[in-house]
Design a binder for this molecule. Structure first.
Ligand SMILES: NC(=O)c1ccc[n+]([C@@H]2O[C@H](COP(=O)([O-])OP(=O)(O)OC[C@H]3O[C@@H](n4cnc5c(N)ncnc54)[C@H](OP(=O)(O)O)[C@@H]3O)[C@@H](O)[C@H]2O)c1
Length: 268
């Protein structure tokens, strides 16, 4: 279960009156990011494919220290890879909250492991469709619906796998590298009123990453200078910062959040 308690009272309440949309937010990093935006005072739409988990996440957000008000949380079931779902998510966010200031492209998939020479190309296409094309689709819609006229901040959830070779998950890594490049291109095209940034986490303890650490968490964590794996809240506080006005002169950047791993040349 995702711990969404967050860093506590030190979090600034600097997004009051704003609205965010976080894709893939029924658990893990997306859920923690949604909690962070709520804690900062924003209203938030959360999406995921499976309605029961999404409903539970909405209830958790509303009941948690960050929410406390059902009118500030909207759950919309849908696949980020489907254009009608994206249309629905953006349109209903603006219809419900009257605006869309923060878009967090968090939904990401990695259905294949193993060498590229054995990769199923339909699966590779699907990875790029959800991890890259869908993120662009969401930005286009957010731009049309609100940000083009009023400005905003986009944060894309990339990965350290996009920065150096990870063999077993190479197609996923290539998609995250593309997402980082897309981030920089969007920042160039959408300034000065829309900022676009990305974060690149190493292993964060979520269901998605279980196969990377569950067999030997202590051993995997020992490779990190900070001697522990990431938590969803670690990533959420960085995303909250990048989405906030405190980051108003940062755009086109991918911020590595990896417990020091890459600095050592280490691999997870
Ligand atoms: N955990 C890590 O170590 C790590 C490291 C670097 C980057 N990341 C990135 O962080 C992001 C979130 O990963 P996570 O670790 O938090 O995963 P997670 O705990 O498995 O959560 C994934 C969330 O996304 C939803 N989701 C998955 N595919 C979706 C789709 N096609 N459309 C809409 N929602 C979808 C899931 O709900 P449903 O299944 O109901 O759709 C769930 O809410 C991903 O982009 C991942 O690549 C993770």
């Amino acid at each position: 279960m995702t711990d969404i308690s967050g860093p506590g009272p030190a979090t600034p309440v600097d997004m009051a009156g704003r609205a965010g949309l976080v894709t893939g937010a029924s658990r893990g990093i997306g859920l923690a990011v949604a909690a962070e935006l709520l804690r900062r005072g924003a209203s938030v739409t959360v999406t995921a494919r499976k309605p029961p988990e999404l409903e539970a996440a909405v209830a958790e957000l509303v009941a948690g220290p960050a929410g406390g008000d059902a009118s500030r949380v909207l759950g919309l079931a849908g696949n980020a890879g489907d254009a009608p779902s994206r249309d629905d998510a953006v349109a209903r966010t603006v219809a419900t909250f009257g605006r869309l200031d923060v878009l967090v492209n968090n939904a990401g998939i990695n259905p294949i492991h193993g060498p590229l020479m054995a990769a199923d190309l339909d699966a590779v296409r699907k990875i790029f469709d959800v991890n890259v094309v869908a993120a662009l689709g969401f930005v286009q819609l957010a731009h049309q619906a609100w940000m083009g006229e009023h400005g905003g901040a986009v944060v894309n959830i990339a990965s350290i796998a996009g920065l150096r070779s990870t063999r077993a998950i190479a197609a996923y890594g290539a998609s995250k590298a593309a997402l980082m490049r897309l981030t920089a291109e969007l920042a160039a095209e959408l300034g000065p009123c829309i900022r676009v940034n990305a974060v690149a986490p190493a292993v964060v303890k979520t269901r998605f990453a279980t196969a990377l650490y569950a067999h030997d968490e202590e051993g995997v964590a020992a490779r990190y200078p900070l001697q522990r794996l990431g938590s969803p809240a670690d990533v959420a506080s960085l995303v909250g910062f990048l989405a906030s006005d405190a980051a108003s002169w940062i755009s086109g950047e991918t911020v590595l959040i990896d417990g020091g791993l890459l600095a050592t040349g280490g691999s997870d």
